[in-house]
Design a protein around this ligand. Sequence first.
Ligand code: ADP
Length: 150
Amino acid sequence: MQTTLVLLKPDCVAGRKAGEVIRRFEEAGFQIRGCKMFCATEDLLREHYAHIASKPFFPEVEAFMQSTPVIALALAGDHAIEKVRTIIGPTDSKKAEKGTVRGDFGVDVMANIVHASDSLENAELELKRFFQPGELFDYEMRYAASARGS
Ligand code: ADP
């Protein structure tokens, strides 16, 4: 079991794709351990995107990421890091296959709907970046819909 960090970006939130994207993750078997909506600050983005902060396109990414609130999810499941990256597709939405989140809903390399951790090491860092310890939950299903006959 692994937990990975997903961000639903402004094009996802403003484009009302959040429900569909979360549905895909849940259908693939991932459990939501944490969820929050917030406005990304400049400091947070500079830390999160440190590896691209010196690129010429970074100011545009920063403006994009601050154009609406974003939603952070902590998703748990078997091989979550690799599997979630497969579900979302490659960075450039135009190169992402149909059936992937970015291939179905993304516009280009910047407006690509979601972020997802790309390694175990980064998942640990990113979960700490976006969630306080008490904001990540472990729980089991005790009240299944089928148990109520519905
Ligand atoms: P990923 O999000 O797939 O891990 P990167 O870490 O390389 O990809 O890039 C972080 C984010 O920066 C991308 O998701 C995308 O929103 C943006 N980005 C990356 N490359 C470019 C580019 N060439 N032009 C504009 N935005 C980019």
